[in-house]
Design a protein around this ligand. Structure first.
Ligand SMILES: [Zn+2]
Ligand SMILES: [Zn+2]
Length: 490
């Protein structure tokens, strides 16, 4: 593949040609409006590297992003240019995404030799590791040069995982603005029965045909907004982790993901009046957030405890509504549940001073975490062992954290106030336009909401406001708030 700079106008060295195709079509009146994903990508050099102010050198392996109303046609030209005619493709889709874009992609790449695998669309397949391995064997046996995944969510995640397992590169043809994972280096896959983010091979080329994406069902737009709603909590918790634990933090990636959430809301406001513009904005937002993840090598810029809840619901098949059982809808619902809990927690912190010696004594008296584990969590034991096994925590660490909190309390509370204020107004807006982000909409039982909330620190080793609550010795009060929260039954 040509280097990144051949595809992106590079703001840093100014020597590249612009092949990041933006959508200046008559259907989109605001075509000149900036795109966050393009701005972000333009910071990377010809090798796809960015020596960042955060101290890291970020790397992107995606080489081309086609965003236009004829991106499928352009992808066929790019394929011929970069891989030659006669390239052999293994194209993965399901019956829905085949109808949305698979067929037109295959017609557009006429010169290529295509082996198809079309999975059932209804019910949607579960993206398990076993299925990914089976597909990787199949793609390997087909002696092809490239995997092309046509779809959003499940299919694009499977394509990226199959690509890693088979050693074959992959392209992705997006069909909906429902997730922010197109450009990320992780895929949501069920491993040993647990649904979570696992490593994958990023897509070399992402094809976002706005005509295709614009025709996606409305619920896919709502899902995209739900997935982006999570960014406010992710931003808050990543900042908190940086302040409290010194965890590496990249302001550029964090702000890019946050901006993508703001853009998604902008899209939500205009969904009915300017659907083409809303499609383009939401697609750009999802891409931006996914590149922030790829650049930092994980999902930290985009996911926190709300994703732990969403992954738990996916693992436990918690939703009784198949039509709404989409990752982004679950992430949006979880964000809506987390909001009042965080609000009351941070309000409480305003006048709170930890009693250090009492807290340290309570820590000494704490039983090992295994002893207090609820029976209902036993099916998730392997996952919990894996997460807790890597957690380094001691009385000395706790003492240090308590001191840090006392010193940095105002910064922590101010950041939380800003993020939760934005999240609250975003939730109100999405409620107004009818996004189905309630546990009633999803038909999730109350115990399946409370269980992952009680165990959030066990299910994911990623510092969040729940860890701070535990360290301050007031975790129980968050849980009581959760149990009394009427939103859990709405
Ligand atoms: Zn997500
Ligand atoms: Zn950085």
């Amino acid at each position: 593949m040509p280097p990144l700079s051949q595809y992106l106008k590079c703001a840093r060295d100014g020597r590249a040609v612009a092949e990041y195709t933006i959508a200046p079509t008559s259907a989109i009146p605001c075509a000149v409006k900036r795109l966050i994903s393009k701005d972000f990508l333009s910071r990377f050099d010809a090798k796809g590297e960015l020596p960042c102010t955060c101290g890291s050198v970020h790397t992107l392996l995606t080489r081309s992003v086609l965003v236009s109303s004829d991106a499928i046609g352009e992808s066929a030209r790019l394929l011929a240019e970069s891989k030659g005619t006669g390239v052999r493709l293994w194209v993965l889709s399901d019956t829905n995404t085949e109808a949305a874009a698979g067929g037109s992609f295959k017609s557009a790449v006429r010169a290529a030799r295509v082996v198809s695998r079309v999975l059932p669309g209804t019910p949607r397949v579960r993206p398990t590791e076993e299925l990914a391995r089976e597909l990787a064997r199949e793609a390997g046996a087909a002696s092809v040069d490239l995997i092309v995944a046509v779809g959003s969510g499940v299919i694009s995640d499977l394509g990226k995982r199959v690509s890693l397992l088979s050693g074959l590169p992959n392209w992705c043809v997006a069909t909906a603005p429902s997730v922010d994972a197109y450009g990320s280096a992780t895929a949501a896959i069920d491993i040993n029965g647990y649904h979570g983010a696992v490593p994958c091979r990023v897509s070399e080329v992402i094809v976002a045909d706005l005509d295709v994406i614009g025709r996606a069902p409305r619920v896919m737009f709502h899902a995209g907004m739900g997935d982006l709603l999570a960014k406010f909590i992710a931003h808050l918790d990543w900042n908190l982790a940086h302040v409290m634990t010194g965890e590496a933090y990249c302001p550029l990636a964090a702000d890019t993901a946050l901006e993508s959430a703001r853009a998604a809301l902008d899209a939500a406001r205009r969904l009915d009046e300017e659907p083409a513009e809303a499609t383009r904005t939401l697609t750009d937002a999802g891409l931006s957030s996914s590149f922030a993840m790829q650049a930092t090598g994980g999902s930290r810029p985009a996911a926190s405890v709300e994703h732990t809840l969403a992954h738990f619901w996916e693992t436990a098949h918690s939703s009784g509504r198949d039509s709404l059982d989409l990752h982004g809808i679950l992430a949006g619902t979880a964000s809506r549940i987390i909001l009042p809990l965080y609000e009351s927690f941070y309000q409480r912190l305003e006048g709170f001073t930890p009693d250090v010696s009492r807290r340290l004594a309570a820590f000494d008296a704490e039983p090992p975490w295994r002893e207090g584990l609820a029976m209902s969590l036993h099916p998730f034991m392997a996952k919990i062992e894996e997460e807790m096994g890597q957690r380094a925590f001691s009385k000395a660490v706790l003492a240090e954290r308590l001191a840090t909190f006392v010193e940095r309390r105002h910064t922590i509370i101010q950041k939380a106030r800003d993020m939760l204020g934005e999240l609250a107004s975003s939730v109100r807006l999405l409620e107004k336009i009818g996004c189905p982000f309630t546990v009633n909409d999803l038909d999730i039982r109350r115990e399946n909401v409370l269980l992952p909330l009680h165990s959030v620190r066990l299910l994911r080793r990623r510092y969040s406001s729940f860890d701070l609550a535990y360290e301050l010795g007031i975790e129980e009060s968050i849980m009581r708030d959760a149990e009394n929260n009427p939103r859990l039954g709405q």
